[in-house]
Design a protein around this ligand. Structure first.
Ligand code: AMP
Length: 425
């Protein structure tokens, strides 16, 4: 079949790489794509926000499956519009995408279904929100209800900081996303990224992963979209995986079905592994970026039948096979990220880096200009590697990075440190 992939990041390059390897994929298109994706798919200049244009393209190219990478189009209802036009698409409906699109919706769903999560309240005005924050005390977490491109969460170390965040959000600092605010208890523990494929009724877990959100070594500095990831995450024991499915994912799938908005697609649970067990920090309604990159490297099975099984509601008979090897990815970002950064610098040495055994380079924010790969975003490259253990994968990834010549770029040098410490122990 012909397949259309929507998105332009490292996640989509990894998906394109895996989809292109499927014997089921005849022609693979991607919009808007990037310079790396162009090696796997035909890039099409489609405005993804223009659903009518996407539908027209699908009809003209006889697209049998649309795979939606990022949350924006999902929350905008692209899967509903494609379905209404008779086009199959992987990802949740607009109503089901509220699990990411509204933090208040997800918190209420957790409360109604006894799903472990941080204690919280929802607010539509600053004064009662501040009174609640004062009564609870710091540290406390202030979250914009809607999609805020990763800027909607403030972990406040003092009540003053919480009050400032509340004022910023209600003053429109995050646009419509901050018209409602969730204030929640600060959880302590180790974070993990948990993924499950869902077909509306059933869910099957993927292998474990962890990412590094902070920009600097030692997990210091401001939050980013993710500076690296690895799989497996040794913190996710078989028992924790089983509890996460039983206590968090499956009750969510059941609740969504009973509300008449069944969840189909990949469900990404951001977890805090607390002393009491796994608690849900938040849901995302798509693959994590950069976690997707390491998951695709470890996936032995064909991805396309798995995506189709989610769409068709037939996950029940499905079994995914994985390579036992570990995978790790290091993000190379433009200097200045997650703040302001320049675009347009030339990146060299990618072929030599990719030639190292076990290494795969996925592009995140790149562009082809006069035959050169140039930086075109904050997170620019994902240098990935597989290896017997996380420590081997890490060594290969940094060996490859040392061959990349890009003076405007930087990366963390310690991706995987928690996993490697556990491997050593
Ligand atoms: P989110 O965008 O909801 O994943 O939040 C971004 C980051 O903020 C998370 O990865 C956590 O590091 C942190 N965070 C969010 N909620 C909490 C919480 N209730 N307790 C502690 N940390 C949190």
């Amino acid at each position: 079949m012909n397949i259309l992939l929507l998105g332009s990041g490292g996640r989509e390059h990894a998906l394109a790489w895996k989809i292109a390897a499927s014997p089921l994929a005849e022609r693979l298109y991607c919009a808007p794509g990037n310079a790396g994706i162009a090696k796997e798919a035909e890039i099409v200049a489609l405005d993804v926000a223009d659903h009518a244009a996407v539908i027209a393209f699908c009809r003209a190219q006889q697209i049998g499956l649309v795979v939606v990478g990022p949350e924006g189009p999902l929350c905008a209802g692209i899967v509903d519009d494609l379905a209404a036009a008779g086009i199959k698409a992987f990802g949740p409906s607009k109503a089901a995408a509220r699990l990411e699109g509204s933090k208040g919706f997800t918190k209420d769903l957790c409360r109604a279904n006894n799903i472990p999560t941080a204690a919280y309240e929802r607010f539509t005005a600053a004064d009662p929100a501040k009174a609640y924050a004062r009564a609870q005390g710091a540290p406390i977490v202030v979250k914009a209800d809607g999609l805020a491109a990763g800027k909607g969460v403030v972990v406040a170390q003092s009540v003053t900081e919480a009050e400032a965040a509340i004022d910023m959000m209600f003053a429109g600092g995050l646009g419509a996303a901050g018209a409602e605010v969730v204030i929640e208890e600060f959880l302590t523990g180790e974070e993990a990224s948990f993924f499950a494929l869902c077909d509306g009724e059933r869910a099957i877990p993927l292998v474990s992963a962890q990412d590094h959100k902070r920009v600097l070594d030692g997990d210091q500095g401001p939050n980013t979209g993710g500076m690296g990831a690895y799989s497996p995450a040794p913190v996710m024991t078989a028992e924790l995986t089983q509890r996460t499915m039983a206590e968090i994912v499956l009750p969510t799938v059941r609740a969504m079905k009973s509300m008449g908005t069944p969840y189909k697609g990949v469900l990404y649970a951001g977890l805090m592994i607390t002393a009491q067990g796994p608690k849900l920090i938040e849901y995302n309604v798509r693959f994590g970026d950069p976690e997707c990159q390491v998951l695709m490297l470890r996936l032995m099975s064909d991805l396309v039948p798995a995506l189709l099984a989610c769409c068709d509601g037939v996950l029940g008979s499905f079994d995914l096979r994985w390579y036992p090897d570990a995978a790790l990815t290091v993000v190379m970002a433009a200097k200045g990220y997650p703040g302001s950064y320049a675009k347009g610098s030339v990146i060299e040495g990618l072929d030599a880096a990719a030639a190292i055994e076990g290494v795969e380079i996925f592009h995140a924010g790149t562009l082809m200009e006069n035959g050169n790969v140039v930086a075109n975003g904050g997170r620019v490259l994902n240098v990935c590697a597989i290896g017997k253990e996380v420590v081997t994968a890490q060594a290969r990834a940094y060996q490859a990075i040392d061959l990349v010549r890009w003076s405007d770029g930087f990366c963390r040098r310690d991706i995987g440190w928690r996993a490697i410490a556990r491997e050593r122990a």
